[in-house]
Structure formats: C-alpha cells, structure tokens
Design a protein around this ligand. Structure first.
Ligand code: BTN
Length: 328
C-alpha cells in the first residue's frame, strides 16, 4: 500500500473505531477525502479481512474489540518505564512492526515500543509469515540499545520469552512453557512467538528489535493457516482480560527484564528458564541447514544454547540462528 493510502486508511479506520456507522459524507468532510477514495480504501480494508460494511451511504465496522489505546497503556506503565523513557507508538496498519523499528531512526536514549492493529507483512522466524488479523491479537516490537562489550545478546530472546510468560501468568494463564528458542506455549499449544533482530546502532551500541506476536483472541477463520497447534489468551483464561492491560503488563515486564539482563546477563535467568523448559527430556527432530537429526533435548547452557543428545549418543550444543526443533 502506498503511504498516501496507508494514511487515509488509518484515518478512516480510526474514526470508524471511535464511532460506527459513519456516513460517507461525514467521513469525507471530516477527513477531506473524496467520497470515491473512501470507497476504494474501504474495499482495501475488506480485502485485508477487516469487517467493514457499506450499506447505501453508510459505512460501519462490524467488530468490537479492546482497540489499542496508547493513553490507557501509558497510564499503566511502571516507574521504571518512565525512568527508561519508554516511547510508545500505536498504528492502525503497518507492514511489520519489526520492519518499522529496523528502518526507523529512533531516539537511542529511549526504549521504543510499537504496536499495530494489523500487519500486512508480519514476519515469523525462518522467513515464515505471521498471521496478523485486525484488532484481535498483539503485534508489538521493542527497540533496545545495548553495548555488546557489556552484555552479550546470546540469551536475549529467551529472556523476553520469560518476560512474556510472567505477563501471561499475571493475566491468569497457567501451564505456560517456553519452547527453545522463541515459542511461548500454553497447554501444549503455541500462543506466541518472538523474533529478535540485531542491527548496528550508534557508536559502539547495537540495537535489538524484539518482535512479539501473541495470540489474544484469534478471530474464527484466521487461525486455519497456522501450521501447528495454537491457542489464544482469551481461550486459556476464565477471567475477563483487556488487550491494553495485557500490553502494559508486557511492556512493564519486558523493560524490567531487559534492565536485569543488561546488569547480570543470562545467568540471572537460567534457572527460571529451566523450570518452564517445554522440550526438556523430550525427544524430537532438529532441523538445521544440513538436514534433520533425531535427538533428546537436554536443557540449555548458561548462555541459552540448546543441549541435545543425538540418537547416536553424541552430545551437541545448538545456537538458535536458523535451527528449528519439533517434538515427536
Ligand atoms: C515466530 O516465528 O514465532 C516469531 C513471530 C514474531 C511475530 C511478531 S508480530 C510483531 C513483530 N513484527 C513482525 O513482523 N514479526 C514480529
């Protein structure tokens, strides 16, 4: 989508989220967009799976959600987030929150957090597409700058997994496990994933762009293309949870864990990770660029690498990179 269209798209969607239905005339007057342009943007919305309906001159959004609200999120941020100057930005639509933070110059003295209601090019690990339907799940990226001479990024994704699992617990979910390196598992099904990308920053610093996709309330039909068992937060708890509250809790926990990681490295987290290691003592298949091998999973090293025993009895250590594992 061209940037002009994306801007109009966001403006129309934002108005429809606040008040629906809206007449085409009213949208046109409020946003200074020609009526035919409004119709064409609404048709793009439909193609992206956003439930908008045109009935005569009236356009309505047939969808109720705890839409992202930066004011509600900001109100709940911790003192540490305020001290670390978390900068929050929410989008209606984006290609990928990770891509945005990778390309966008942000103030390096702040931790930038970006969220979007929908992603058109959501990316998962190993080049996979990340299903990112409108208004229902959490698509969030955090940019964190660090000096690699002070802290090694090995284990960073695992630490974020722990932060996510703590936030899920705080919101009433149980049986939360982490599947090395980046999958968050609840009741044996994937509920979320983490995609960490490192780029050079200013001076000696590196920037980690940490992307989180958490299924909050997957719309019926959107999950059918996911190639593994999955679940979402609303199905896993009996309490009523609000997406903005969950986002605030995630940001608070992530910022606190990142600062602990900066000070103490992965050592401070190894034990907690070990306690919720989904793979430990299970058998499965490891896929590397050289092929597949059968293995027993044997926990993780103090740097967060995976320890395996192959079916021929060799002990090996795998670093996350492009390795993927599945349980048999
Ligand atoms: C995985 O494959 O399990 C990782 C999924 C990461 C998805 C998130 S959604 C927000 C951020 N933006 C992206 O394009 N990807 C990550």
């Amino acid at each position: 989508m061209r940037s002009f269209e994306a801007e109009k798209f966001s403006q129309i969607l934002s108005l429809l989220k606040d008040k629906s239905p809206q007449s085409i005339g009213n949208l046109s007057n409020s946003l200074l967009i020609e009526p035919n342009k409004i119709i064409s943007v609404v048709s793009i919305m439909s193609k992206l799976g956003i439930p908008v309906q045109v009935y005569g001159q009236s356009i309505s959004l047939k969808f109720k959600s705890d839409f992202l609200d930066s004011r509600i999120i900001e109100e709940q941020l911790s003192d540490m987030c305020r001290q670390k100057k978390v900068y929050l930005r929410t989008f209606e639509l984006i290609d990928s929150t990770n891509d945005f933070l990778i390309s966008e110059k942000t103030d390096t003295s702040k931790i930038a957090v970006v969220l979007s209601e929908i992603q058109t090019q959501g990316r998962g690990r190993r080049g996979k597409f990340w299903q990112s339907p409108f208004g229902s799940n959490i698509y969030m990226s955090v940019k964190w700058n660090f000096d690699p001479r002070e802290v090694s990024p090995a284990g960073l994704s695992l630490v974020i997994g722990l932060a996510v699992s703590k936030a899920l617990w705080a919101n009433g979910l149980r049986d939360v496990k982490l599947k090395w390196p980046n999958d968050v598992i609840v009741s044996n099904k994937k509920i979320g994933g983490i995609l960490t990308e490192i780029k050079t920053g200013v001076a000696n610093e590196l920037s980690a762009v940490i992307g989180l996709g958490i299924n909050f309330k997957m719309p019926a039909g959107s999950g059918k293309n996911i190639d593994q068992p999955w679940t979402d937060m609303c199905s896993e708890t009996n309490t009523r949870i609000n997406r903005n509250d969950v986002v605030a809790c995630l940001i608070n926990t992530i910022v606190s864990y990142l600062e602990e990681f900066r000070s103490f490295g992965f050592d401070a987290f190894w034990e907690s990770w070990n306690e919720i290691d989904f793979l430990k003592n299970k058998k499965g298949v490891v896929s590397t660029k050289d092929g597949e091998l059968l293995a027993k999973f044997n926990g993780i090293t103090d740097q967060g690498a995976l320890k395996i025993i192959t079916d021929t009895g060799d002990a090996r250590i795998l670093h996350s990179g492009e390795v993927s594992v599945r349980v048999k």
